[in-house]
Design a protein around this ligand. Structure first.
Ligand code: ADP
Ligand code: MG
Length: 348
């Protein structure tokens, strides 16, 4: 039966084409079938929920340390990092007329910070936990005000002594809250995942309307966090960064943000959404639902028409022309039913 053979491919092909027109690139057709079955949607914070363009809001210096010194040492190390926080530190230094120095043997430690030699001094910067783990004392008087303001803390130390703590903030994307609400309305449990400090993570989660989040997750642990959630149902993961690629691959469906995303994230993903528009994630789920509906209608149509003519034939009531109609007609109906999907606009 031709119609039965056409039922699934026409629905999937039209669904994929309609997704492309709506800025949703389905790289893997199976993802289109699976998207409607997602129970948990894991969302990366930086660059996905937020703009991914943090800026320096506050800088607290240790006693007797000048602001320019902290900023200069930090900027010197950050020259070698591709982290969004690094760009924020470099922008702040430039704005204040502080020129970075050359850094030797600078090394980025994923999800933690950067270490290296600047001006003959051993400099470290990164999360307070990372700096404290290097044996540097972390006075609460410097850190607490930044945490109270829900800023992302980045501590700077040289030769084993804390010089200062920077507080950075990355604004929520416009429309992120509405997009999350839409996903929740579709019945998805939305969980935010980030390497950031819990205080900053809590603020962004609250602003986005997300009640469940995991903070201080190291890049290597993101995939394990996704894997753990898979015990509770099908998991979708939305991310943009290099750190997210293993988690995107670990999820049942990986969704990468197109324009801000890194190539490796897009490579690891099953679906890529254009223009970083979070609303397209809900549209992907809706598209999957519509594709599924058409797919099952097609199978029912194909089998139904066959059954009717089989019964007619059994009672000797079918002519050859009716049989031709049963075969060709069913195929045409299945194709037209698939094309019906094209007329529905994404998001409806
Ligand atoms: P996210 O999940 O938000 O992308 P990451 O895992 O990349 O976060 O980083 C987690 C934390 O590690 C940051 O909040 C910061 O404290 C620290 N960190 C990592 N890389 C850097 C860097 N280049 N400069 C400053 N801080 C860094
Ligand atoms: Mg990230």
């Amino acid at each position: 039966p031709c119609a039965l053979g056409l039922a699934t491919p026409t629905a999937v092909m039209v669904g994929t084409g309609q997704g492309a027109r709506a800025g949703i690139l389905v790289k893997n057709a199976e993802a289109l079938e699976l998207a409607e079955k997602i129970k948990v949607l894991v969302v990366d914070k930086t660059g996905t929920l937020t703009e991914g363009r943090p800026s320096l809001i506050d800088l607290r210096c240790a006693d007797g340390v000048a602001r320019g010194e902290v900023l200069q040492l930090a900027a010197s190390l950050e020259q070698s990092s591709h982290h969004p926080l690094a760009r924020a530190v470099l922008d702040a230094a430039r704005a204040e007329g502080v020129a970075p120095l050359a850094a030797a043997s600078a090394q980025a430690v994923g999800g933690k910070g950067v270490t290296g030699q600047v001006d003959g001094r051993a400099v470290q910067l990164g999360s307070p936990e990372f700096i404290a783990a290097q044996g540097v004392a972390m006075p609460p008087a410097l850190l607490e005000p930044l945490l109270a303001a829900a800023l992302t803390p980045v501590a700077v130390a040289a030769d084993g002594r804390l010089l200062g703590v920077m507080g950075l903030a990355d604004p929520l994307r416009a429309g992120a809250r509405a997009a999350v609400a839409r996903l929740q309305a579709l019945g998805l449990r939305v969980v935010m995942l980030t390497g950031d400090h819990p205080a900053a993570a809590a603020r962004i989660a609250a602003e986005a309307g997300i009640s469940e989040f995991r903070a201080q997750v190291l890049p290597g642990d993101k995939a394990a966090a996704v894997e753990a959630l898979r015990a509770e149902g099908r998991v979708g993961m939305v991310g943009d960064g290099i750190n997210d690629a293993p988690a995107l691959a670990a999820a049942d469906i990986g969704i990468a943000m197109g324009s801000a995303g890194t190539d490796i994230a897009m490579e690891a993903a099953d679906v890529v959404v254009m223009n970083d528009d979070l609303r397209r994630i809900a549209e992907t789920v809706r598209l999957s639902q519509r594709t599924h509906a058409v797919l099952w209608q097609n199978i029912a149509l194909a089998l139904g028409i066959k059954a009717v003519f089989l019964v007619l034939a059994l009672f000797d009531n079918a002519s050859m022309w009716m049989a031709v109609f049963a075969d060709m007609g069913a195929s045409l109906l299945v194709v037209f039913n698939g094309l019906r999907l094209l007329r529905q606009r994404a998001g409806q």
